[in-house]
Design a protein around this ligand. Sequence first.
Ligand code: CP
Length: 318
Amino acid sequence: MMGAFPHRSLLDIEGLTKGDVERILDTAEAFLQVSRRPVRKVPTLRGKTVINLFYEASTRTRTSFELAGKRLSADVINMNVSASSVKKGETLQDTCRTLQAMHPDVIVMRHGASGAANYVASKIDCSVINAGDGMHAHPTQALLDAFTIRREKGTLEDLTVTIVGDIAHSRVARSNAHLLKLFGCEVRVVGPRTLLPPAVDSLGVKVFDDLARALEGADVVMVLRIQRERLEGALLPSLREYARTFGIGPRTIEYAKQDAIVMHPGPMNRGVEIESVIADGDRSVVLEQVEAGVAVRMALLYLLAGESSEPPTVDEAD
Ligand code: CP
């Protein structure tokens, strides 16, 4: 039997070792099989409570955390922030302390402010999972991306991964860069200069402004959403110009390796950062990423809140 997972919360990738990541991904393999069988439920977290607290919109992350909790038999509460006392001016700290008084085991939180999950975790006693905070981190996205890459490529070691697009506003890019570097990957970023963060070098990535050069030899092409809501209209000349220069389509994907996979965290702007023929084509693993999201989030809930029980083995899960 493995020891207890050595973390109370998951706030970012930087707090994890390579061994922690491998343990999460290995655990997720068993839970993937649970999601694929006719009865998609195990009793692992019976009696535990998970609260989803999303201050920002979400389809994939919120739904997959809800499904993950329910498939583990936890009680899952989805707080509707827009119909809560947040609308009456309640502070983040008061909201979280109020929820903590109801004895949840895990609070899953998405917030528009970078550092919000760390702040909450420092104020309350239960586990906190960062489901995306501002432009800082989206650790569960990076973990599900790693899970998908490992299944598709058979390894996470020493791959060349090119992240394309709006790096400056992307918590997905930041978390992926930190995770992939643990496995010796060459992480490249490419996009318009205006969409690269000022301290991009501190991420330890190779920076390109030419898509063809950035994609040469890439095993994985990770396409990011152009975040229209955060761009403030000033950083891109036009979406059409962006699509022509940095969009991933049948012409530009040819720069990558023949067997390169194409990823996108969603939601996609079809016709802007990715063409439909690629998003829906053979190389795309976009829906595999979504499936992986449930398995990885089951693994995290289990590791953070289900310390006293063993996960199902892959054989048992079948
Ligand atoms: N990838 C991702 O975080 O998607 P949602 O915003 O739909 O959760």
